[in-house]
Design a binder for this molecule. Structure first.
Ligand code: ADP
Length: 213
C-alpha cells in the first residue's frame, strides 16, 4: 500500500512518517529532505531548487516530478511507500498517478492531517533543526537539553530560513492556493483526521484503526 500525507507545513507529516517507518516498516520519501540533501551536496538540482526552498515557494513542477520519478525508479519504491510532501499540486498528482499506473502501482490512500493554522504557525516559528542529523526540536515544547545544541550529536541547532515569520506566511498562502485543491482531486481516496490539539499517539491510533494497517 502507498500512502500520501497531506497537510499544512508543520502539521506533523515528518513525525508521523517516522512512526510509520518504525511501526509499520514502511519506506519514506520526503521531497523537502531530497531537495535539502541536493542543496547540501551542491548538485545542479540543489542549485536550481535553493531559492525556492529559502523563500517558502514551491519548486517548479517539472523539476520536482523528475526528481521523484528518478528516486522511485532508482530505489524501486513502487510499493509500501509514504509520500511526504509530494504531490503538492494537481499537476504533480496527475503526473504521479500516470507514472504509477505505467508501473503497475497506485497511490492507495491520502491521509489528510486537518489542523488549525494557528497551531502550525506556533510550531514553525519555534522549530529548531540540527545542522547535522536534522533532528527536530521546539523552543517551547521540545527544547534540547542544552540550549542551541543537538542532544544526539552536539551539533548546532538552526532555524530553517523558510521558518522565518515572513516565509511562514508565504508557505501558508502557497499551500492554500496550490495544495488544498488536492482534497478534491483525491476525493474518495482521502482519509481525514482532525488532529486539533490531540497528541500524536491519539492521532496515530485513529489512522491505524481507520485504515486497518
Ligand atoms: P514543509 O512541509 O514544512 O513546508 P518540506 O520539508 O516538506 O517542508 O518542504 C520544504 C520546501 O521544499 C517547500 O517549501 C518547497 O520549496 C520544496 N518542496 C517540497 N516538496 C515539494 C513539492 N512537492 N513541490 C514543490 N516544492 C516542494
Amino acid at each position: 500500500m502507498n500512502l500520501l500525507l497531506l497537510g499544512l507545513p508543520g502539521s506533523g507529516k515528518g513525525t508521523f512518517s517516522e512512526h510509520l517507518e518504525k511501526e509499520k516498516k514502511m519506506l519514506h520519501m520526503s521531497t523537502g529532505d531530497l531537495f535539502r540533501k541536493n542543496i547540501d551536496n551542491k548538485t545542479k538540482l540543489g542549485l536550481d531548487a535553493k531559492k525556492y526552498l529559502e523563500s517558502g515557494k514551491y519548486v517548479p513542477d517539472h523539476i520536482t516530478i523528475d526528481m521523484v520519478k528518478d528516486y522511485i525508479k532508482k530505489n524501486n519504491y513502487f510499493d509500501n511507500l509514504i509520500y511526504d510532501g509530494f504531490p503538492r499540486t494537481v499537476f504533480q498528482a496527475q503526473a504521479l498517478d500516470d507514472f504509477l499506473i505505467e508501473n503497475n502501482s497506485k497511490l492507495d490512500k491520502v491521509i489528510y492531517i486537518d489542523i488549525q493554522e494557528e497551531i502550525v504557525v506556533n510550531r514553525l516559528k519555534n522549530r529548531l533543526v540540527c545542522s547535522k542529523c536534522q533532528s527536530i526540536y521546539n523552543k517551547k515544547t521540545k527544547a534540547p537539553l542544552k540550549e542551541g545544541v543537538c542532544d544526539f550529536d552536539g551539533e548546532k541547532l538552526l532555524t530553517r530560513k523558510d521558518d522565518l515569520p515572513e516565509n511562514i506566511a508565504i508557505r501558508l498562502q502557497v499551500y492554500k492556493e496550490q495544495t488544498s485543491p488536492l482534497l478534491d482531486y483525491y476525493n474518495e481516496r482521502i482519509f481525514n483526521v482532525n488532529i486539533g490539539d490531540h497528541n500524536i499517539e491519539e492521532f496515530i491510533k485513529t489512522v491505524y484503526d481507520g485504515l486497518k494497517i
